[in-house]
Design a protein around this ligand. Sequence first.
Ligand SMILES: Nc1ncnc2c1ncn2[C@@H]1O[C@H](COP(=O)(O)OP(=O)(O)O)[C@@H](O)[C@H]1O
Ligand SMILES: [Mg+2]
Length: 464
Amino acid sequence: MLPSASGGFRKLERGLRMSSDDIAIRISNLSKCYFIYDRSQDRLKQYLYPRLQKLMGRQPKNYFREFWALRDISLEVKKGEIVGIIGRNGSGKSTLLQIICGILTQTSGTFETKGRVAALLELGSGFNPEFTGRENVYMNGAIIGLSKEEIDARFDDITAFADIGEFIEQPIKMYSSGMVVRLAFAVSACVEPDILIVDEALAVGDAKFQAKCFRRFEELVSRGATILFVTHSTEQVVRHCDWALLLDKGQIVMRGHSRDIVNAYLDMLFGVERVKRPDSDLKTKNLQIAGNAQNISRFETDKFENRAGYNTYEFRWGNHDAEIFDFCISSGGNLNVTRIETGQPVIMTIWVKFHRRVELPIYGLTIKTPDGVTVFGSNSRDFDNGPLFLAGERGICKVSFTLRNQHLGAGEYLLSFGVAEEQAGEIVPLDRRYDAVCLQVLNHSSRAFGLVDCSMNVEVTAVS
Ligand SMILES: Nc1ncnc2c1ncn2[C@@H]1O[C@H](COP(=O)(O)OP(=O)(O)O)[C@@H](O)[C@H]1O
Ligand SMILES: [Mg+2]
């Protein structure tokens, strides 16, 4: 189902129906309400007055505001799945995980978990700073439900994984934040949990340790464990999660394929609510927007899907008041190429059909890696030198993005195109086609690796 005209999220239910035996976590209509007291004396009033008012036979008055951190969350996660949870700060991710771990109590709704739950919540939570690493490992293991013998059997594995050496005998308060995470993760991952819950904890570790953690995740799920994983790293979600869900204002606004969820999340962060950027140095003539171009005779729609390089797993959304219905990548004098060579300019063209007059259309282009890392992104709003803001009539226009293309590293990339409308400072997406086109970049003139070719020169001089 495509988004509604109001720009609402489409709902995907793929892969979420399963036999009950497979289910590791089942959450039904879970809600959490906090009582907010605007002034500290309100807390005391709330304690005293309603009782008095009741005694006096009056209708009790409340001195707090209700704040619903979670509203009506229903969710089933299968055994052996890694599920990513993303959402803006304050969207309710930690609250949800803390309820599943039993640290918080829900206001209404139910949840069931199967087996042993281990949690890696915010930094070092669950550790006592005054005790040594060794003592904390035993205390943590006991909380999860392991006997002393079971922890003894795993202790070497835990210390080897944490790799903090002699610090294991020091109080936790002497540890760096990275060391706390290493030890906490080692405990959670080495106790063979059936369900592992990770809340942003990996952000602190270095890249090498993160890679080790993800390898351990894979091992755990291959043995049937389930992982719920909250992170701000969209790349980690696309790479590691079987599917994902997007929380906003305490509600699940979307669930489905990781890439779709990440795209919707990025839009929440940078798309719809993006504020106007100040004039930047980026102003070049690189981006050209022409009106109805001369040499186009064919304006049938749905050409897009039949072009070479089209990615059937694109994520498309918007209110469809305009539609991007065709594209062409050209480079080195060739049209409709799927490979380009670094150093050769490339023109990425889209054709947009407007179904109504749009006063301030904005055209955008993003280049991403297949892992979801944005390599480049820009839009026509950033350029004001030339006939750039086409007051789109009902009709068709051609938009050409010309890139000098001097720095893209060799590899596979995904292109996203978008057309949006600026309405009173708000960006309203009309048609967004994310990851819609695959493009291979060749770089024969360089043996460099990585996303960006910095055109390195090496000079070696004998100094003695
Ligand atoms: N003890 C509390 N009292 C009142 N509000 C709270 C409390 N704990 C969390 N909240 C609020 O609940 C919302 C969700 O918080 P949280 O689950 O931590 O979000 P996230 O992890 O997605 O950033 C936030 O608006 C937060 O301010
Ligand atoms: Mg949180």
